[in-house]
Design a binder for this molecule. Structure first.
Ligand SMILES: Oc1cc(-c2ccc(F)cc2)cc2cncnc12
Ligand SMILES: [Mg+2]
Length: 215
């Protein structure tokens, strides 16, 4: 097929969503994934849990690892107050290019920085790049075998502080067993599981919310 799935998803957004309206962008992507073509967005069921955790955290600084087409970027950013910045990291340049256009269609481009590259390379540079101390909220939604090394790297770079909330997607499917073991049995975290389903399917999945207890 000439076009890629992210490009077809972007086309569905540009046709069906209202410019400047994040909720219409979210609805257009969910409709596309339910009726046209499955895609690995966090989706509407897990997305509603993501919304609740973001709202109760009221974060000033947000990091997302794994942008894909920007669906969860839009979900999170639409809930943030005007002054807040969200940094999202995507290693695939083609995904990043589509995500920037989806985020722009939602009218949220001024609140989001899409960084292209490997999370392991970029995390150590973030404090200096953005003049931040710690992230109040981190959403892990990239390759599952990077969850554990990346949360350890965030700790080592002093980018987690007491009360920082880390929410991880796909801890059941595809699964992140080493990450779950770490956050559930390490006294530095208070962790809880939200049972849900793999986006747009009946397959079991879930989100793990882990709150950093401080050094
Ligand atoms: O939410 C997700 C789902 C899947 C996925 C793919 C194929 C399958 F069969 C089941 C699950 C892969 C992901 C990779 N990165 C981030 N999020 C993902
Ligand atoms: Mg995911």
């Amino acid at each position: 097929t000439r076009t890629t799935r992210p490009q077809r998803l972007l086309q569905a957004v540009s046709i069906n969503a209202v410019r400047g309206d994040p909720d219409s962008v979210i609805k257009a992507i969910d409709h596309f994934c339910k009726h046209t073509e499955w895609a690995m967005n966090v989706g509407d069921e897990k997305g509603a849990i993501l919304d609740l955790v973001v709202m109760e955290t009221c974060p000033s600084t947000v990091l997302e690892l794994g942008t894909y087409c920007g669906y969860s970027t839009v979900r999170i950013t639409r809930l943030l107050p005007p002054a807040t910045k969200l940094i999202t990291v995507e290693m695939n340049p083609e995904y990043a290019h589509v995500a920037r256009q989806v985020i722009q269609h939602a009218g949220l481009q001024d609140k989001v920085c899409v960084l292209e590259g490997e999370s392991a390379d970029l995390i150590p540079k973030m404090a200096n790049m953005f003049g931040i101390q710690a992230f109040d909220f981190v959403f892990l939604d990239h390759w599952k075998d990077h969850y554990l090394p990346d949360i350890r790297l965030l700790e080592d770079c002093g980018l987690l502080a007491q009360g920082s909330v880390v929410l991880a997607d796909n801890v059941v499917c595809p699964g992140a067993p080493d990450y779950l073991n770490y956050v559930r049995y390490n006294l530095k975290y208070s962790s809880r599981f939200y049972q849900a389903h793999l986006e747009y399917t009946r397959v079991l999945d879930g989100l793990e919310r882990s709150e950093y207890q401080g050094d």
